[in-house]
Design a protein around this ligand. Structure first.
Ligand code: COA
Length: 393
């Protein structure tokens, strides 16, 4: 039985900051941000968007009534969760109008969480082939104003529907995965901001990639030439490029050109959204599939997932016939085209604003946010969500 990605939805908030403007404000050569780190724009979440609303908006794009009947498992991967106890998946379940006969959970392992969720989903579908699993990867990446990581922030979500006979990509049973207890990036429960040892994290990312890739080739009897493309977790696009470059020499000139060209297509969305942690690898897959016309059914796409702390995994998927017709290219073009640029001062103001933490109530102006699903405020320690598009659902 083929199991894999049946649908992919994506959402980023309607506000962004241009990295050239950030560079100028921080008195850095813009080339460092746009070339050295490889980021053009970063999505900025207003208070009306949090990890729940972003995930719900990404899923709203793809979930129809047939899916509502089939989805009996929602797995929400995040490292910017809003509650230590209740899973974010339950809010999304309600906002989408999913059936009560469903399991809802949240999973965490830094940026690796959505990959763990997908593998769990595959197991569920293998046992119950008529059912579907909604996997959500949604995060707001915050390192702090004037920090080294500031240029690698972002906000957004990817929603993946996992089922049998998938319309987009069948996932192979070929994973190689690895865990090691390291402190390259973490966020203690008392901190709004992540702590990161950027250089160490880069080294570990490359080391994990090398270790899983070497084992993958042996375990699956495959080599670089068997891949039409390799997509990477992209905390910033240069990170994936560095990883790709470590293996390019294993292929001839044709293979090298193909993988480099496809890497370029697979980083377009990430370059313009920034780091979205759990959804980042799958945003790159989406960027590749939507922006590259030279791929064909049967092509093998490699996926490298990395979550600091750390867990790494390499696996692959096979593109399915007609996959392109099941993507939402024009909706995503429209999403990017409609975004509004912020000045650095406006971004800093949003960054420093926050929801109350003392139990007081706050009402937010949801008319300023064009997204269908928004956070309308906080009352009695509870977030109030609204789905503006759900009338008549
Ligand atoms: N034009 C072009 N490139 C330039 C440049 C310029 N004017 N100035 C600098 N660069 C290049 C550097 O040569 C370097 O390239 P290299 O990495 O290929 O050597 C790159 O820009 C970055 O410069 P660097 O001095 O290393 O930047 P930094 O000390 O500010 O750190 C990060 C960059 C990415 C490490 C930092 O932003 C960070 O820690 N981000 C968080 C990463 C993360 O999230 N990790 C965990 C999840 S995997």
């Amino acid at each position: 039985m083929k199991i894999g990605i049946d649908k992919v939805g994506f959402f980023a908030p309607h506000l962004y900051l241009d990295m050239t403007e950030l560079a100028e404000a921080r008195e850095v050569d813009p080339g460092k941000f746009t070339i050295g780190i490889g980021q053009e724009k970063m999505a900025v979440a207003p208070l009306t968007q949090d990890p729940v609303t972003m995930a719900a908006n990404a899923a709203w794009e793809i979930v129809d009534d047939v899916d509502r009947d089939a989805i009996d498992f929602v797995i929400f991967a995040t490292e910017s969760g809003i509650d230590h106890s209740k899973s974010a998946a339950i809010y999304v379940h309600q906002l989408l109008g999913l059936k009560p006969g469903a399991r809802c959970i949240e999973v965490k392992q830094a940026c690796y969480g959505a990959t763990a969720a997908i593998q769990m989903a595959k197991g569920h579908v293998a046992l119950h082939p008529d059912r579907k699993v909604l996997v959500l990867g949604s995060d707001i990446a915050r390192y702090g104003l004037n920090t080294g990581g500031e240029v690698t922030q972002g906000a957004g979500a990817v929603a993946l529907l996992i089922g049998q006979d998938p319309k987009i990509m069948a996932l192979e049973d070929d994973s190689v995965y690895l865990t090691d207890d390291i402190m390259d990036f973490w966020r203690p429960v008392y901190s709004e901001m992540a702590f990161v040892d950027g250089k160490f994290s880069n080294e570990q990312y490359l080391s994990f990639f090398s270790r899983v890739w070497e084992q993958y080739k042996v375990q699956n009897n495959l080599t670089l030439k068997d891949f039409a493309a390799i997509c990477f977790h992209l905390p910033y696009t240069k990170m994936g490029l560095k990883a790709l470059r470590t293996v390019l020499e294993e292929g001839d000139e044709v293979v090298q050109e193909r993988l480099q060209a496809n890497f370029q297509k697979g980083q377009i969305y990430n370059r313009n959204v920034g780091n979205i942690y759990t959804g980042s690898l799958y945003l790159s897959v989406l960027s590749l599939l939507e922006q590259q016309d030279d791929l064909s059914a049967g092509d093998r796409i490699g996926l490298f997932s990395y979550g600091s702390g750390a867990v790494g995994e390499f696996f692959s998927g096979i593109l399915q016939p007609g996959y392109k017709t099941h993507l939402h290219v024009s909706a995503h073009d429209a999403l990017f085209a409609a975004r509004q640029a912020l000045t650095v001062a406006e971004y800093e103001e949003i960054f420093q604003s926050g929801l109350p933490t003392d139990g007081s109530a706050m009402e937010l102006n949801i008319d300023l946010d064009p997204a269908p699903i928004v956070l309308a405020g906080v009352e009695d320690h509870m977030r109030k969500y609204v789905n503006k598009a759900s009338e008549g659902m």
